[in-house]
Design a protein around this ligand. Structure first.
Ligand code: PDD
Length: 278
């Protein structure tokens, strides 16, 4: 696998990172994941915008401008596995000479990027739908930053894996926030609701696409607090992310969602999404 590492292109297994890199010691960095369909990057501009926002929020200067970052994505996408892949990029605060919590006076940001094959959720799997389990949201209050500090998400994802579920939906103060690595939508009586994009969630790129597709289809959608009770009483639930795209949920903590099959609102948006992603 080809990797980009601080200005060089080299095989991923030849990248060597300093043990003092602040990504390693402090999880002091941010990341992005884009989907690549047949060599074409999906929604690159939106991901570049969000990366810039995350970097800004934690005050890392990446040392590459937007065009150079775009070129890194494009270079790796060109050689990415087909038909579908992801490109991962992370920027950390670099490797100073000594470990100390506050920002080092000198140290250049470290940038690592590489492509991986993406196994898209197949049509048959989508028809059957997926299971979701719930857990308390134990994360910090800046979930809008795409931070590489992912331990709560790792634990939530493992909770799903052990339950045979696709994802874990997280609950905070009686409200739905999001999943370990995806956003959540609920449908009741033909109306869609999804948590508003504030500090409690990551504003997903596929989340925004789903919102736009709903608007284009004339489906009413609100961005607001979504109570746990609404989630449990929903006619339909679906989740969105770069890797899971737009995935229908038919079981929540073992109970059927609606009639236990992917619903009509999801179907319409999924068809529209497939036109975009190809
Ligand atoms: N995760 N919420 C969280 C906490 C996420 O980590 C992600 C993405 C999303 C969905 O965002 P998007 O639609 O832009 O992919 C929501 C990526 C895919 C990951 O960590 O691998």
């Amino acid at each position: 696998t080809l990797a980009y590492w601080n200005g060089s292109l080299l095989p991923l297994d030849e990248v060597s990172v300093s043990p003092l890199d602040r990504g390693f010691l402090f999880a002091d960095g941010v990341y992005e994941v884009v989907a690549v369909y047949d060599g074409r990057i999906f929604e690159l501009d939106a991901h570049l915008d969000r990366l810039a926002r995350s970097l800004d929020a934690i005050r890392i200067a990446p040392g590459l401008d937007r065009a150079a970052l775009a070129a890194v994505f494009e270079r790796l996408a060109a050689e990415a596995p087909r038909p579908a892949a992801t490109v991962y990029i992370q920027v950390t605060r670099g490797a100073p000479a000594q470990r100390s919590h506050a920002f080092p006076a000198s140290a250049q940001a470290s940038i690592l990027a590489f492509a991986s094959p993406l196994k898209r959720l197949g049509r048959d799997q989508q028809q059957a739908g997926f299971a979701l389990v719930s857990a308390p949201d134990i994360r910090w209050l800046r979930c809008d930053i795409k931070s590489i500090a992912l331990l709560p998400s790792v634990l939530a994802a493992q909770h799903a894996a052990e339950a045979g579920a696709l994802e874990t939906v997280m609950l905070r103060d009686g409200l739905v926030t999001e999943c370990a690595a995806s956003n959540v939508f609920v449908v009741k009586g033909g109306r869609v609701a999804t948590p508003a994009a504030d500090h409690r969630i990551l504003d997903g790129i596929n989340r925004r696409i789903a919102i736009r597709l709903a608007a284009e289809a004339g489906i009413p959608l609100e961005q607001r607090d979504v109570a746990e009770a609404e989630l449990r009483a929903a006619d339909e639930i679906w989740i969105t992310s770069t890797t899971k795209e737009l995935a229908p949920i038919v079981r929540l903590d073992g109970a059927a969602v609606g009639d236990g099959r992917p619903g009509p609102v999801w179907r319409r948006l999924r068809d529209a999404f497939d036109h975009l992603a190809g």
